[in-house]
Design a binder for this molecule. Structure first.
Ligand code: GLV
Length: 344
């Protein structure tokens, strides 16, 4: 009689350098590169990245799957409803990337407020000839108002840094955040008021049906003339065409973007615009954070495969719904809210 084969787990190949050589002892790890299509088969777990879309069709090809362990806080690439219906637990990596993403948000705020792209270009093109009193004047942050749209973990971490820059804080969030208010003096506003009063608006909401297109043309119109818009959350939260128009017409003073609607496509109007600083979705890209994300994704996968509660499940997916034909004793996981979580 041959030895029983180890259960197979798919793991995104791009995580290899962040993980130990045998990241899931007892399982056969099958590394899968982002450009490879999602395979079909008896895989019991899948450690995924944002680039891979998994919906009904992909899940139908993975009938033994117990866990989709996303290595990111956002999971808009995964069909949460389809996973719940099949009793597949979905996990993600909130918490470990908060500070790195807040830092990157501030890198963008500072770059846009102080016109770093234009300054660098001035030197690179040889157009800088002398110090001049009115050269590249930017926005003074001390005393200016920072509007935080979505005060989850990352939004709050951005706000805490804002206090150190002497900014007045506003936030818009479905829930009041008492501790955040006490700690920073932040004031809760409805979104339209926040947009009308803020000098810098920074977005920290997940991509959900209710937030997609949240900053549409009408809302962009409500922003103060010359205000700055920063987005390190998800590209589809903003109407990109309306954003380009607002920038080109000079209604916005500048934009700092780390995310786009059709990544990795970045509209050429944004790339070319002197007041648009565009980064390639690197909010959480520090050595320490990316390692922690990979480790947490693996810990989540392992926990589910061993029948334990994963450290960071997506709300509503744990405990899993019983699969047809499975023995009773499992959990309900009835109707996950597919909420983007607190963390964007
Ligand atoms: C990155 O965008 C993430 O969701 O972790």
């Amino acid at each position: 009689m041959g030895a029983l084969a180890s259960p197979r787990v798919l793991v995104a190949a791009e995580l290899r350098d962040l993980l130990p050589p045998d990241p899931l002892p007892g399982y056969e790890v099958c590394w899968i590169a982002a450009e490879e299509p999602t395979p079909q088969g008896d895989f019991v777990g899948f450690v995924t990245l944002l680039r891979r879309k998994i919906g009904e069709a992909e899940l139908d090809g993975l009938p033994e799957l117990k866990v989709l362990a996303q290595c990111a806080v956002g999971y808009d690439n995964l069909d949460i409803g389809a996973a719940i219906r099949r009793g597949v637990v979905v996990t993600h990596t909130p918490g470990v990337l908060t500070e790195a993403t807040a830092d990157l948000t501030w890198a963008l705020i500072l770059a846009v407020a102080r016109r770093l792209k234009e300054g660098q270009e001035m030197i690179a093109s040889g157009r800088w000839t002398a110090w001049a009193p009115t050269q590249l004047l930017g926005m003074e942050l001390q005393g200016a108002t920072l509007g935080i749209v979505g005060a989850g973990r990352i939004g709050q971490a951005v706000g805490r840094r804002g206090v150190a820059f002497g900014m007045r804080l506003l936030y818009a969030d479905p829930e009041a955040k008492g501790e955040f208010e006490n700690r920073t003096g932040a004031v809760r506003k409805d979104l339209d008021e926040l947009l009308a009063e803020s000098d810098v608006v920074t977005l920290h909401v997940p991509s959900l049906p209710g937030t997609q297109g949240l900053l549409d043309a009408a809302r962009l119109e409500r922003m103060k003339p010359g205000a700055l818009l920063i987005n390190t959350a998800r590209g589809d939260v903003v109407d990109e065409k309306a954003l380009i128009a607002a920038l080109q017409e000079g209604r916005l003073g500048g934009v700092g973007l780390d995310v786009y609607r059709d990544e990795p496509q970045v509209p050429p109007e944004l790339v070319a615009h002197p007041r648009a600083v565009c980064l390639p979705h690197i909010g959480s890209a520090t050595h320490a954070t990316r390692r922690r994300m990979a480790e947490l994704a693996l810990a989540n996968a392992r926990a589910v495969l061993e029948g334990r509660a994963p450290p960071t499940p997506v709300e509503g997916t744990w405990p899993p719904r019983l699969r047809p034909g499975a023995l009773p004793g499992g959990g309900g996981g009835e109707k996950g809210r597919a909420r983007g979580d607190e963390d964007r």
